[in-house]
Design a binder for this molecule. Structure first.
Ligand code: FAD
Ligand code: EPU
Length: 348
């Protein structure tokens, strides 16, 4: 059923009304919705959980489709290997928890990332040393123009840091309907990420009765990831935000070296292709922009990379903070921050 003037939610806590909105629970209803969207002549917007959007204006002149296809299937393909297929409308964190319940590892570092399964491949979600690409096998997607289904193998998706073919050559052409992951009953756990390693060391020093005396489990890694996230990142239910507003900038080796001469303590992560990833949160903090307040908008006091709605900010207030942060970092470091968040109704 198409709802006119529908109130939509997003994790920034902004009140938005969409011209037309439809939630599609099956492939057939998705196809019908796409035909209706074409007829409406409105721009199409695909909405997952709304955790990576900034709506600048309160009125959204768009035909919004929210894929709500559910279901999780587990198919054992070898003693240690299980394929997990999940519908686009499943909640990502619920998939992580359900897979841990099944005794599977691979998703533990990606616990507590907000949003839907269908959005996960769009920016190749990642956290604490793991990204979706590490366990993704394939994606089923519906072509928006024809309603035809197509399967993409991971190798076709050009998955990179916060990047995929769906943000590039195939932008606005496909709607993801389900994804398939390869998880394992046993696999080496990835615990090198600095804040995760520190949290695990802290927990090992003060074990609870629920923890086994020896041998780390995927569940323990997930618990440590959740503890780090809860300590650093604001809960959108309490303080509106969309996670990291900007991507971490990737610069040339020469640029990184020049900056390191001036700021020897600057966190920097050399990449396999010779480029260097910098920490946007550090740059923003050093530029004096951590915890700033501009009316009802600002940056988070524990994570400068997160722009927050203190309660009554408008989309325009949040955008103004984003611009101020970007310009200040540009002036001080000569580094351009690019948004990770999808900004609707304006450009940064
Ligand atoms: P939305 O915000 O609704 O949409 C995001 C984009 O995906 C839009 O372009 C939308 O059109 C498109 N899209 C959504 N569903 C589909 C579909 N089925 N088919 C095609 N396109 C679709 N991200 C990380 O990678 N790592 C983190 O650690 C992380 N931490 C976060 C912490 C917080 C507190 C918050 C609020 C966000 C965080 N994010 C993180 C960002 C966010 O969780 C991810 O981008 C997530 O994948 C967004 O899912 P969503 O369903 O809310 O997508
Ligand atoms: N830092 C600061 N000040 C800050 C924030 C960070 O100095 O205010 C420093 C930290 O001390 C550390 C470095 O910057 O040395 C990196 O910080 P952190 O480990 O918190 O990670 P991040 O680079 O800020 C990225 C992702 C997060 C993801 C975490 C954990 C991006 C844009 N962000 O943040 O993803 O959860 O790593 O892997 O890549 C998101 O995408 O929305 C998101 C939250």
């Amino acid at each position: 059923m198409i709802l006119p003037n529908a109130a939509l939610t997003n994790t920034f806590g902004l009140q938005v009304r969409a011209k037309q909105f439809v939630q599609a629970h099956s492939l057939d209803s998705l196809r019908t919705a796409l035909v209706e969207a074409q007829r409406s002549n409105l721009p199409l917007l695909i909405l997952g959980g709304g955790s990576n959007f900034l709506f600048v204006a309160p009125q959204l002149d768009a035909f919004v489709i929210q894929p709500a296809l559910t279901g999780i299937r587990y198919t054992a393909i070898a003693d240690n290997d299980v394929l997990v297929t999940a519908g686009a409308g499943e909640v990502w964190h619920q998939l992580v928890l359900a897979s841990l319940e099944q005794g599977l590892c691979g998703l533990e570092n990606l616990a507590l990332i907000p949003g839907s399964v269908g959005a996960a491949p769009i920016q190749n979600i990642g956290a604490y040393g793991v990204e979706l690409a590490d366990c993704l096998v394939s994606v089923q997607a519906m072509e928006i123009a024809s309603g035809n289904l197509r399967h993409f193998h991971k190798t076709e998706l050009q998955l990179g840091y916060r990047d995929s073919v769906f943000k590039r050559a195939l932008k606005d052409q496909y709607l993801i309907t389900e994804i398939t992951l390869l998880l394992h009953r046993q696999a080496p756990l990835k615990t090198d990420y600095d804040s995760l390693a520190k949290e695990l060391a802290k927990q090992a020093a003060a074990p609870t009765s629920a923890q086994p005396k020896s041998g780390l489990t995927a569940r323990q890694v997930a618990d440590a990831v959740m503890a780090v996230r809860r300590a650093r990142l604001p809960d959108p239910a309490v303080l509106g935000n969309a996670g990291s507003f900007f991507k971490n900038p990737v610069v040339s080796n020469a640029t990184a070296n020049a900056l390191l001469q001036r700021y020897p303590a600057m966190p920097h992560y050399p990449q396999p292709d010779g480029s260097v990833k910098l920490a946007a949160g550090w740059l923003i903090e050093q530029a004096g922009m951590k915890g700033i307040r501009r009316g009802q908008a600002g940056t988070h006091e524990s994570q400068a990379l997160v722009i927050v709605n203190l309660g009554a900010a408008t989309g325009a207030d949040l955008l103004a903070v984003a611009r101020e942060v970007r310009d200040t970092v540009q002036q001080q470091f000569g580094v351009t921050l690019e948004p990770e968040v999808w900004i609707i109704g304006a450009t940064l």
